[in-house]
Design a protein around this ligand. Structure first.
Ligand SMILES: [Zn+2]
Length: 104
């Protein structure tokens, strides 16, 4: 039991480290025509980035990402994947603790 609780503490600390997360996917569009497949006559190469995600009501939402924020947004998407993995690990530990408690 003690080992499980210790493991739980470690996991919570690791979760704290990736609590700054974003969910969704980053897509790029042409910054002039705003389309994924550019239709501009001169074909501008300048790209704009956006984050697309589904809200609690399953409605698709789009948030503009500035070029300066792009690395942070990518890092935060990675944090979401780590957070999900840690949540699964935490669940396993919680189940183990729950089973132990039911035997007491
Ligand atoms: Zn365009």
């Amino acid at each position: 039991m003690k080992a499980l609780l210790r493991k739980r503490e470690t996991l919570l600390r690791r979760m704290n480290g990736c609590s700054e997360f974003l969910r969704g996917s980053i897509t790029s569009v042409c910054s002039t025509c705003n389309r994924a497949t550019c239709i501009c006559p001169g074909k501008s190469t300048k790209k704009a980035y956006r984050l697309t995600y589904k809200d609690a009501g399953q409605k698709t939402r789009t948030v503009y990402i500035s070029r300066a924020q792009l690395p942070a947004a990518r890092r935060m998407l990675g944090n979401y994947a780590r957070m999900r993995k840690l949540t699964e690990e935490l669940f396993e530990i919680n189940i183990a603790i729950f089973k132990l408690k039911s035997k007491l």
